[in-house]
Design a protein around this ligand. Structure first.
Ligand code: NCD
Length: 306
């Protein structure tokens, strides 16, 4: 097993032995069983930014392991925060209540700030446009489950690549594997950042940018679609970008039979498929991906808080 993680702030912290060990643990969990790995532990969820699936995925994961949960999904409206308390103070206080803290915040760098003052493990559940490392972990878990490998595959990222933190975290993680070929497809105003491009170059990952989704789809093993992060940009930027890249019944026909369409969810109009197709077409992997997230978070919580 890789070295134990004290805090989990960015996906680059993971290494292959740790990933293998977390995956092995994740695969051992069964939907209908109860576990007592974290019996007697308390997990705090502090969500300063809206979330439904990430918060409930963590809640379900923690409770399935026997832990109890405290915290709030509206941390911004906490009386202490409304009174002007700093993030650092809130973290110090919750360190006295819980064995670990899962934090979502709208500011990039907030999870790192929290970790600097926390005596308990901090798990970053999304810091603004920064990172969302547990999503990256569940994404590679899903890729492995679906296509059987994490080396030598091609992935197309489609959508908002400027503000989508899941893409950023996943790119950082893909830098650890060999033979990964990335194509970025995005509206002109939402292109992938130079920080990510520099990182990929430094790690020898092949990547290119394209505006032609129809040419990219037939070549991809994984099509990773993202929502335009409306809440993080000016309305003009959103209007300029929306609807430009959509997966629909017509272009789904270009995706190979053994390829998979993933999405961190929630999806809105960037996926325009009938429910029946979403339910029956093997290539649509995003609901399996969401469920995988719970097992992966169970593995991570067991690793960090046991
Ligand atoms: C993502 C996020 O919050 O970054 N959602 C999630 O955690 N599953 C993606 C999104 O909101 O578009």
């Amino acid at each position: 097993m890789g070295a134990k993680l004290k805090h989990f702030i960015e996906s680059q912290q993971l290494n292959k032995p740790l990933i293998d060990s977390l995956f092995k643990t994740a695969r051992s969990f069964d939907f209908n069983s109860e576990y007592d790995v974290l019996k007697g532990k308390i997990v705090a969820l502090l969500f300063y930014e809206q979330s439904s699936r990430t918060s409930n995925s963590f809640k379900s994961a923690a409770q399935r392991l026997g832990a109890k949960i405290i915290g709030t999904e509206n941390a911004k409206e906490f009386s202490s925060v409304a009174k002007g308390e700093s993030l650092e103070d809130t973290i110090r206080v919750f360190g006295g209540f819980a064995h670990g803290i899962v934090l979502r915040h709208s500011e990039e760098g907030s999870a790192k700030r929290a970790a600097e003052v926390s005596r308990r493990p901090i798990i970053n559940a999304g810091d603004g446009r920064g990172q969302h490392p547990t999503q990256a972990l569940l994404d590679i878990y899903t890729i492995k489950q679906e296509i059987g490998r994490l080396d030598d595959f091609s992935i197309a990222f489609v959508g908002d690549l400027a503000y989508g933190r899941t893409v950023r975290s996943l790119c950082y993680l893909l830098g650890k594997f060999d033979g990964v070929d990335i194509t970025f497809v995005s509206p002109e105003n939402l292109r992938i950042g130079t920080d990510i491009k520099d990182y990929l170059t430094r790690h020898g990952v092949n990547f290119k940018e394209s505006t032609k989704l129809d040419e990219v789809l037939p070549k991809a093993d994984i099509v990773y679609v993202t929502r335009i992060q409306k809440e993080r940009m000016a309305i003009e930027d959103y209007e300029k970008a929306r609807g430009l890249y959509v997966i629909n019944q017509k272009n789904l026909g270009l995706v190979r039979r053994e390829a998979r369409v993933m999405h961190p969810l929630p999806h809105v109009e960037e996926i325009d498929l009938p429910v029946k197709i979403e339910e029956t077409d093997e290539r649509i992997a995003y609901f399996r991906q969401a469920e995988n997230g719970m097992y992966v978070r169970m593995a991570l919580l067991s690793h960090m808080l046991r």
